[in-house]
Every structure is written in C-alpha cells, then in structure tokens.
Unconditional design. Sequence first.
Length: 420
Amino acid sequence: MIEAPAGKIDVDRFRARHEAMAAIGATGRGGIDRQALTEAEIEARALVIGWARLRGYALSVDPIGNLFIRRPGRGGGFAPVLAGSHLDSQPNGGNFDGVYGVLAALEVLEALDDGGIETDRPIEVVVWTNEEGARFQPTTMGSAVYVGALPLQQALAVRGRDGVTVSEALACMLRKLPHCADRALATPLHAYVEAHIEQGPILESARRKIGVVLGIQGLRQYAVTVEGTEAHAGTTPRLRRRDAFVAARRIAAEFDRVATDAKDIARLTIGRFDVSPGTTNTIPGKVTMTVDVRHPDEHELERLDRAIREICRERAQPCSASIETLLTSRTVNFATSVVDAVREEAARLGHGALDIMSGATHDAAFLARLCPTGMIFVPCRDGVSHNEAEYTSLENMVAGVEVLAGVVQRLSRREAGVGA
Ligand code: HGY
Ligand code: MN
Ligand code: MN
C-alpha cells in the first residue's frame, strides 16, 4: 500500500487486475487480440463493471458505448473530473496500450475510497469505445462521437471487414453486459486526464519515469480506392490493361516520396492494402488502401493532404483513384492548468519527468475540445507498441498511478469561481 495525499494505492490489487486483463483476448504469443466490441472486449468491460459494482459506483453508457464509472463528490452538482482510456486493442496488441489508463483511473477511485478521502467534484472513469480503429475505422471513434467531431449515425453505420456494423456489434455488447444507465453525449466535464504508455522511445532514452504530455500531433486518416478493369492474366496485353494494383503501387510509392522529409518528422503509414478479386490469374480491378498521416505542424498536414489528393488525380491513369477522409484530428496543445498539475505532481513525488509531445493519438485529442485535458506518460521498453512485445514495468505503471491520483485530486477541488 502506498500512502499518497490522494489515498491508498494498492499495488497488489493493481498488478492482479493488470494480469487478469492480460488473459482476456490473449494470443498465446505474449500479446492480446481484443478488438473493439468483440467477445474479448465485452469480457474485459464486464470485469471492470464487476469491480466498479463492488464499490457501489454508478455506471452509465452513452449512445456509442462509451462506459462511465462515477464516484460521487460532496454534492453540489459540480462537473466531474474524468480519467480513463480504452480496453480495445490492435489485432496483435500489447498488454499496456489503453488498458493501463483504465486500470490506473479505477485504482485512483479505489485509493480515494480506501483513504477515506472525499472530493468536491465527482470523479469518473471512462472506457472509450473503439480507440484503436482496428476492426472499425476510424481511430478514436468513441471520443470523437462524444465531443461531436464524428456524427453518431455515421459511426454506427461503419461496417467492419467481417460485415458487422458498429451498431450491430454495440447492440450485441449491451445485451451481454449488465444494464447501465443511459448517458448523453458531450455532458459537461471539468477536466480529463489520461495515463498511457508513451508508445515511443523518448522517455526510456532520457531515463525519465513520467512524461508531461504537452499535446498530441495532428493526424489525417484516409481510405483510397483505385479502380481498374478485371481481365485475364494470360491473354491481356500490357497496353490494354487497367491494372489497379500497378496503379495503386505507383500511387503508394508517390505517397511515401512526398512524406519523406530530411528531419524524419512526417509519418505516413499504409496499414491496409486490399487487392481485389485477389486471385492469381485475374488482373486486379480494385485496390483499397488506408493512409495514416501524422505531423505536429498543421500546415505540413495540409500540404500533405493536397499532395495526396493530387497524386490520386494525376497518377492513377489508366485507372481512376478516389479518396475519402476517415478522420481529421488537429494538432492539440493541452491546457496548461492540467500540464502544470502533472509536472508539479511528478516533482512532488520525486519522479523524474520530461515534457513531451505525443506521437500517437489518443482520445484526449478529442476531449481537449470539450474541457481542460492532459496526459501522463510512462516509458515503454524500446519504444515498442502496437506489438505483442509491448512492455513497461509495474514500477513505471505505479509511478503513473501516483501522479494521476495527485492530479485528479487537485483538479477535483472546487476553487471558488473555477469551472462548472
Ligand atoms: O493510432 C494511434 O496513435 C493510437 O495508438 N490508436
Ligand atoms: Mn491507446
Ligand atoms: Mn493504440
């Protein structure tokens, strides 16, 4: 047990819960496959709901399936402080991305209980729906809908490669989980704080335990479709071909060229590349690819957006190419009130800290549109994430929980005249 101003953090409880979560969706290769709204995520949510119900916390779910767990404050109708992250994972995901932030936030609530600490404001834990965007695109779907950046109906209509829509998967999940009260989208929040592994190498290289996250770089996600003509692989001369793969390969190479900068700052990833009909002896008539582009400078993202659209127009002949924007998440600078609280709590606790911009995106990118928002990073080994080898130590995670507990408790105080 760690005595902290923000209650009694129970390291054994936290560790046991992290181990229990690692068993849900385990691939047998050290990681997890717990994609959004699958049986595995339902099982993980049920576990969290069970822990919350043991404490008598109030549970609610909004129309896109975001789950909220509420520890009451002293009353007075004050807007809550929210903390949390996501339970869904990549197909070959690690045991820390997302789940760490949910377990850290729940540990803070229970540490306050165990420390007999009352807060002015209610404190809520959130499990965001479909942060990863692996089964259903785009990334950070639940938080984007929550803040109004993505229309609910558009998100519910998204169909995964398995042919199931978000709406169908969500209904199935809600039938299997214990009933929770309805929660409206975009309900007022006093602040949001998310603990997460860095998912990059900076903190580990700098030998710092805590990342004081200043903000999140911008991103754009696209779906590009290249259309040609299916034809016989043996009889069709090259000059008569409209080979969608050859055009898509050229387009993809051009995307890579325009995103290659001398300082290695821009990030362009083609994560999905589907060739249809996908037989050995038919010339591809259609290729769909996803494009994920990131950069801390919005002007650069806009330049890359224009370049990507021009390449689709100019380099597809004799085929055609169309482009759909799946997600626009602008570069975010977090509220200094929250950033300073993270920095001061890390210093008070004696944890070496480093200011850092997040290369990965998070639900916090959208919450920053609704309320003062911040993040707490802990290092991850070799900077590896979105990989089954993802790892950070219990010591690092507990340091992050301590900082989160202190920050949440500070933000939960009702200063005269501050916030709702
Ligand atoms: O895509 C991201 O940056 C996040 O890890 N889902
Ligand atoms: Mn994450
Ligand atoms: Mn992730």
